[in-house]
Design a protein around this ligand. Structure first.
Ligand code: DX5
Ligand code: ZN
Length: 218
């Protein structure tokens, strides 16, 4: 399995102190920062877009922005997110009819490409062709749209199915992940761990990051 990568979701941070919050996470051991972009169409909420990501990129030297695009037209934002300094552009498979072409476009802008599936989408929707073209697969463990939801155990088998098919691929889990739920995620084979509430809500985020990482790596 590839190495553990912890990607705190800034959705649970203090947006008024976004750059400071990102720096705090990197200091605490996080490799990536998970940026939840919501458009009010693919999901009911609106969060942030390229102008904010651009400020964060300028304010946090060396940041790797793992951009989770919960948007209805993922083709539309590739250039803006690339210009803003996005490192990984993860779109929802449910939102596009042309995933391979989109992955090519993302790579053309020198970003890594991720493919996300919502709880009701089976792992088989990610064909071998899509997975081989992508750099990362994201299995949502809550319905996309907001932080702080309860982890859906029924999504975990999809992680195991994808890990069996793609032993070397980065597989991310997102939603309700924390010290109580990391065990089943790691056992199933996920190595990129998103956690919002569990990290930002902790007294000692550094200890939670270390615990999540250790569970994946052991
Ligand atoms: C949900 C987002 C998640 C969310 C995770 O739509 O994609 O990234 O912020 O937050 P927690 O870890 O609090 O469930
Ligand atoms: Zn997310």
């Amino acid at each position: 399995m590839p190495r553990a990568i912890i990607s705190p979701s800034v959705l649970a941070s203090d947006f008024g102190q976004l750059t400071a919050e990102c720096k705090r996470m990197i200091k605490g051991g996080a490799e990536w920062l998970h940026m939840d972009v919501m458009d009010g169409h693919f999901v009911p909420n609106i969060t942030m877009g390229a102008p904010i990501l651009s400020c964060v990129h300028k304010g946090v030297p060396g940041i790797f922005m793992d951009c989770h695009m919960m948007v209805a037209e993922p083709e539309k934002w590739v250039n803006d997110i690339a210009d803003a300094g996005g490192a990984l552009y993860c779109f929802h498979l449910e939102a596009t009819a042309h995933p391979i072409a989109l992955i090519d476009t993302i790579h053309g802008r020198n970003m890594k490409a991720g493919v996300a599936i919502s709880p009701d989408t089976p792992s088989t929707a990610i064909t071998d062709e899509i997975a081989n073209a992508a750099d990362m697969l994201l299995v949502m463990t809550v319905y996309p749209g907001r932080g702080g939801q309860k982890f859906l155990d029924r999504c975990v088998p999809k992680v195991a199915e994808l890990r069996a098919r793609f032993p070397d691929k980065d597989i991310e889990v997102d939603g309700g992940v924390g010290p109580k739920t990391i065990g089943v995620c790691a056992d199933a084979g996920s190595n990129v761990i998103v956690a919002g509430t569990a990290i930002f809500g902790a007294q000692n985020p550094e200890a939670v990051i270390a615990e999540l990482k250790d569970t994946v790596n052991t």
